[in-house]
Each structure stands twice: as C-alpha cells, then as structure tokens.
Write a protein that binds this ligand. Structure first.
Ligand code: ACM
Length: 264
C-alpha cells in the first residue's frame, strides 16, 4: 500500500480558505491509499483565546471539512487522517480524525496538551483507538503526544501497523529525531505530518517524517516547503515483531515487572 503526508500551512482562522486549500492539494495528488495531514488542519493553531478557537471549530457530525475529505476518499477509494479542531457541545478537543470512502471512521482526542493549548482544549480521555481498515490497522496521535512513550506502546500492543501523527511541531527537531526511534522500538510505520509557516511567535518546523518498522527514515521533508510525499509500505514488516530467532518484541515483554509504572 502507498501512504504519506501533506506538509502545508493551514491559514489561521480562515476555515473557508483551508477547505479549498486541502481540497485542491488532495485533488492534485497521485493515487495514494493513505495521506496524513497536520494538526488542526481545518483551523490553524495559535489561538489568542478560547472564543477564537471555538469560532473555528466544528462538530464531527456536521463538518464541512470532513465532507471535503470524505468526497476525496470516496472518489479515490482512499483514506485521510487529519488534525481537526473539534467542538463537542461547549468543549473543544484537539483531535485527529480518520476518514475513508464511507465517511468518518473515528477520531482520537489529543491526550497531552502543549503550551497554551491547556487554556483552550479539554485533554482527551477517550483513549487510544486503533482502526482496522482494508488498508491496515491505523493508530492516531497528535503532536506533543510524541514525547510520551506509553501512548506509542499502547497503540503497538493494540496492533497498529501505522501511526498517523498529525503535528504542528515547534521545538527544534526533537520529535523528528524521536519518531524513527518510536517506529523502531515498536516495529510499526510512523507518518509525522508536520506543518510549515508561522503564527504569531510560533514558527512550525516542517521536516515531516516517514519512518519504517526498522527505524529507517524513508523520507524527511524540508523545514519550510510545501510537500506531498508517499512511499510503498509493506505491512508484514510491521506485523513481524521478531528481533532475533529467540526474541520477540511482544512475547518477551515482562508486564509484571512494569507494574511500578502505574504507581509512580
Ligand atoms: C504541539 O503539540 N502542537 C507542539
């Protein structure tokens, strides 16, 4: 299967423009089974207030953005994972959505909020789903989740073949360096779709990354170029957790020795 990312700059608080931008980028793409878009791709990121974020959010069951993604996936018989500024009643979540040929498949609400996101979004408490699709088992993470190894491991143990990591990274290359290591130690593919451009004092670092289950960087984008890139993925490489003839990444785990983690 072919999977990759779109690295671009959503326009801050310009929902209509972002719809057209995403639609145009997707329409111009080659045939790809899975594309990952950055965090908050429908709205931009650096909100001055909760009210501003609220005015640029949508509910998943009444979303023009999801309709655009659905239409693309229906026509191409493909899948898109994207960051999504999500409204649920009077709450906001920094979410990632997964859309396929039949519409919205599911969502993940960012667990670990970064900087001023803490003033705006509710931290996700709905867990870490893995979605079984005809193109593979897909897990979703959002940006700053990258620094918490627990979430990657949970998705691995739930059988994820590919992690779609929707991002608006601003720290200097830390996530881009760690993503191949998460891919290696969990033996899955990771697609980090980061954005480019600046909003206020924040400059986004680009360098979207595709890493394979052996920790190889298949591709890393430039720091400030718009790019759509994809590669052939062999999901058998993600499903084979054998390290040596006598070591299996999962079978060799000793969960009884990790209980302390829950108490510290
Ligand atoms: C981030 O979580 N947007 C850095």
């Amino acid at each position: 299967m072919k999977a990759g990312f779109v690295q671009f700059a959503p326009e801050f608080c310009n929902y209509d423009r972002n719809l057209v931008l995403v639609e145009d980028i997707l329409d111009a793409s080659d045939q790809v089974d899975l594309l990952v878009l950055p965090e908050l791709a429908n709205s931009g990121y650096n909100f001055a207030s909760r009210e501003q974020a609220f005015a640029n959010a949508e509910e998943v069951n009444d979303s023009r953005f999801i309709k655009v993604l659905h239409e693309y996936c229906r026509r191409r018989k493909s899948y898109v994972a994207s960051g999504f500024n999500e409204r649920v009643g009077d709450q906001l979540f920094n979410s990632a959505i997964l859309v396929g040929p039949d519409g919205l498949i599911g969502k993940y609400q960012k667990i670990h909020l970064f900087l001023n996101e803490k003033d705006i979004f509710t931290p996700g408490e709905a867990g870490l789903p893995v979605f079984a699709t005809p193109i593979g088992r897909l897990g979703l993470l959002v940006c700053f989740d990258w620094i918490f190894p627990e979430v990657w491991r949970i998705l691995a143990l739930k059988g994820a073949d590919i992690i779609c990591h929707c991002s608006n990274l601003v720290l200097p290359g830390f996530a881009q360096r760690s993503v191949p290591i998460h891919a290696l130690i969990n033996h899955f593919y990771v697609i980090t779709a980061n954005r480019i451009g600046s909003e206020g004092s924040l400059t986004f670092t680009g360098m979207s990354t595709i890493a394979d289950p052996r920790g190889n960087v298949l591709y890393q984008a430039g720091p400030d170029t718009m790019e759509l890139r994809f590669f052939n993925f062999d999901l058998e490489k993600a499903r084979n957790k054998q390290m040596t003839p006598r070591n299996d990444l999962f079978a060799d785990r000793r969960p009884e020795m990790y209980q302390e983690l829950l108490k510290l």
